[in-house]
Design a protein around this ligand. Structure first.
Ligand code: SF4
Length: 329
């Protein structure tokens, strides 16, 4: 922005004024930026545009979770979800159109990868959510929508810098979480950036052969290497790593699964979020019964890490974890 204004012969402080209009007043129309001269407003309008995704549908769940189907400029569709929880409102955003990682429990995987989102397409989901909810309502942002964020590394890192910048969204690092399927080289690269944020890892089994069935990425980046890499990452971040574990009936919640999981997590300073698998058409899994879920969770209580059972939110509208497929329901 500064460079563009300098090229136009304007002073650098104009950039701050424009950022203030965008990120504090949520204005996307240069003609409304009345602290700028009329001539500059007209000039900016003729050479720049600020685009935000178009809302195609907005679906509200019985539990207040709201799913948005969004259309981008090239007509690609993505989804974002707002999950209210008391005073907390979490926005789940997408980083790619589709995903290449082929996790067998996930609806997004069925789309394959169309393309990476540009930086502005990531940050504009946040912009749109704030406009929808009103200022100061959004408390947390999670990269758990469509896509593997670390496969779109450069744009996601740039987006996080904008989300955290004090002249832009000014989000605290501890309120931003990236969730990864375990792209080892990119986790190491993320640590190198010095960027502060929380990391979540979608684990789902601590048994190599089973994890390969759920998450083919595990064939390339096996559990043993993932663990080493995460222990290194943990040394460079103030925040504990969160492991996500989707519970699937008769697959990953038996005694051998408990044993492997306790062993895997035992020496990592971490949190464990367990969540039941949410039904997705045509996928060969089932949701466990409440009794099985309770048994699995109570087996985890010996862990010193915090164990949280995340109740599925928005499952009735296809907005829950693993259900995003960029389609109208
Ligand atoms: S779970 Fe995440 S990484 Fe795996 S296919 Fe779905 S969106 Fe991609």
């Amino acid at each position: 922005m500064s460079k563009c204004l300098l090229d136009l012969g304007e002073k650098e402080y104009r950039a701050k004024q424009i950022l203030n209009w965008i990120y504090n007043k949520y204005t996307t129309d240069f003609s409304e930026m009345t602290s700028l001269s009329e001539a500059l407003r007209i000039k900016l309008q003729s050479i720049l545009s600020i685009s935000i995704p178009t809302i195609i549908t907005k679906t509200v769940s019985n539990d207040g979770t709201t799913k948005y189907l969004l259309s981008l400029q090239d007509r690609s569709n993505i989804e974002m979800v707002i999950i209210p929880n008391g005073k907390k409102n979490t926005l789940c955003i997408s980083s790619q159109v589709g995903c290449a990682r082929e996790c067998t429990f996930c609806a997004t995987a069925k789309l394959g990868l169309n393309r990476n989102l540009e930086t502005h397409e990531i940050t504009s989901q946040v912009f749109l959510a704030i406009r929808e909810m009103g200022e100061d309502k959004l408390t947390n942002i999670v990269f758990m929508g469509m896509g593997e964020p670390l496969d779109n590394f450069e744009n996601v890192v740039k987006a996080i810098r904008i989300l955290q910048h004090d002249l832009c969204f000014n989000f605290s690092p501890r309120r931003i979480t990236i969730s990864t399927s375990g792209v080892i080289p990119q986790i190491a690269k993320l640590a190198e950036t010095g960027l502060k944020l929380k990391l979540a890892v979608s684990l789902n089994s601590a048994i190599q052969s089973k994890r390969e069935i759920l998450m083919p990425i595990s064939k390339t980046y096996p559990l043993s290497e993932l663990k080493k890499n995460l222990l290194d990452f943990r040394k460079k971040t103030p925040y504990r790593i969160t492991f996500e574990y989707v519970m699937i009936k008769d697959f990953n919640i038996g005694q051998e699964d408990v044993k492997a999981l306790l062993k895997f997590l035992g020496d990592i300073s971490c949190k464990l979020n367990v969540i039941k698998w949410n039904e997705v058409d045509d996928l060969p899994f089932e949701t466990p019964a409440t009794r099985e879920i309770d048994k699995f969770i109570s087996s985890m209580n010996v862990l010193s890490s915090a164990v949280t059972y995340r109740r599925s939110r928005g499952a009735d509208i296809g907005a829950a974890c693993g259900q995003l497929a960029a389609k109208n329901i």
